[in-house]
Design a binder for this molecule. Structure first.
Ligand SMILES: NC(=O)c1ccc[n+]([C@@H]2O[C@H](COP(=O)([O-])OP(=O)(O)OC[C@H]3O[C@@H](n4cnc5c(N)ncnc54)[C@H](OP(=O)(O)O)[C@@H]3O)[C@@H](O)[C@H]2O)c1
Length: 387
């Protein structure tokens, strides 16, 4: 209760301070706007009364598919799903409002998270800001009566139904962006793309993206309906998109890239290790080879490298991990998730560090020298990616 009051006061104080300064809250217009193509180094995140605020905006996609968003987004998933214990709904809403206050304009959820509860939370917390911020969501994993079936379903009639249901849960008239979460082996890429194109004509969807697909699928989809972004796993412990043509294809076609799990599901933040006990009912990390105790013990050597690199620069390992992604390309927008204000602030402060290409190379070389132990996915999850 006392904590609630404190946060209320800090939020009110912050709003007052920014109103006095005449600063626009979280609206990417005017002098604060820095287009990705003009950005050489990450723009410094300045502070108002010591509060970290994003001042850098990036553009995902090009032409009609262009989407201007804050340089760091916010992954909502862990607030209800797959990241063990989380604060109650009131606290999560408070933190999401703090993220809006700090200039974040991109929030990421999906139908499968919960299932449904994550979209419901995002709708309740964020619909009041519609037009100023964007909530992106995802279809593809089949959900029947609120339960995941484990199958993929991107048939046109299912996409349409999921779109209507997501609009209702998110309390929106139009989805800012709808991603296909995983490819459906029984529905062609072209059919999915043309269903989305129809939904765009009807005004129900504004932009679209795909997750964990191959470069070939990206080309096919983009030819039917221009993509705004690809969302796949990418961080210092998993760099597949650099090798399988996905990043090159995005660069060539002018498609943005949104790295998910940018901290490797928290591991690169250094707060979890071989002794961490995951909630058996709400955490997929215990099913992942890379998160088995022995693998985590070995992989801690990588976190040590990030910590050593950050130590002489005043950065935490989480900031090193996020900064490394941000400097890769101006059309990359990571979406770290958190349930803590302190981590949100820490992540936002990443934008105030500007390192040279030589420094990032030094980090890469040190990380590459350590083998990553354990696959990122188990066999079943692996079958669903790269199609
Ligand atoms: N498209 C897909 O298939 C897919 C798959 C997975 C995820 N995603 C998206 O990506 C988003 C982020 O992914 P994620 O949650 O898997 O991974 P992540 O962002 O890499 O890590 C989240 C974890 O890191 C911790 N954390 C955050 N900031 C930290 C900091 N500064 N220091 C130490 N720990 C920190 C959080 O714990 P605290 O709460 O304690 O801060 C949380 O448990 C999700 O919300 C979701 O929107 C998409």
């Amino acid at each position: 209760m006392e904590e609630n009051n404190k946060m209320n006061i800090s939020r009110r104080g912050f709003l007052k301070a920014t109103a006095l300064a005449g600063a626009a809250l979280a609206v990417p217009t005017g002098l604060d706007k820095v287009f990705a193509s003009e950005t050489k180094q990450p723009e410094t995140s300045r502070t108002d009364n010591g509060i970290a605020r994003i001042r850098e905006y990036r553009v995902l996609g090009t032409g009609k598919a262009a989407f201007e968003v804050s340089a760091l987004g916010f992954g909502v998933m862990g607030m209800t799903y797959n990241r063990s214990q989380h604060p109650d709904k009131k606290q999560c809403i408070r933190l999401l409002h703090e993220a809006v206050d700090r200039g974040i304009t991109l929030f990421d959820t999906a139908i499968i998270y919960g299932p449904l509860t994550n979209e419901e939370l995002a709708g309740e917390a964020l619909s009041e800001f519609k037009g100023r911020i964007n909530v992106t969501t995802k279809f593809g994993h089949e959900v029947i009566n609120g339960k995941a079936t484990g199958r993929q379903n991107s048939r046109p009639e299912t996409i349409r139904r999921y779109c209507e249901e997501s609009l209702r849960r998110l309390r929106l008239d139009s989805l800012p962006m709808f991603y296909q979460h995983r490819a459906d082996p029984d529905t062609s890429v072209e059919e999915v793309a043309s269903t989305i194109a129809d939904l765009m004509k009807e005004g129900k969807v504004q932009r679209w993206g795909m997750c964990e697909v191959s470069a070939e699928s990206i080309r096919k989809a983009h030819a039917v309906c221009p993509l705004t972004a690809i969302q796949s796993e990418y961080h210092l412990m998993h760099r597949l998109v650099e090798e399988n043509g996905v990043l090159d294809t995005c660069r060539e076609l002018g498609i943005g890239f949104v790295p998910y799990s940018p901290l490797n599901r928290g591991f690169l933040g250094g707060c979890i290790n071989e002794y961490t006990v995951f909630d058996p009912n709400n955490d997929n990390r215990q099913t992942l080879p890379r998160f088995q105790p022995e693998a985590m013990r070995m992989n801690t050597r990588i976190v040590n490298v990030l910590q050593a690199f950050g130590r002489t620069r005043g950065m935490t390992s989480a900031q090193v991990a996020l900064g490394w992604l941000l400097q890769k390309a101006p059309w990359i927008v990571p979406i770290p998730g958190t349930t803590k204000l302190s981590h949100l602030e820490e992540n936002l402060y990443t934008l105030s560090f500007a390192l040279s290409p030589e420094e990032w190379k030094e980090l890469e070389d040190a990380v590459v020298a350590i083998p990553v132990i354990g696959d990122r996915y188990n066999a079943e999850q692996q079958r669903q990616v790269g199609r």
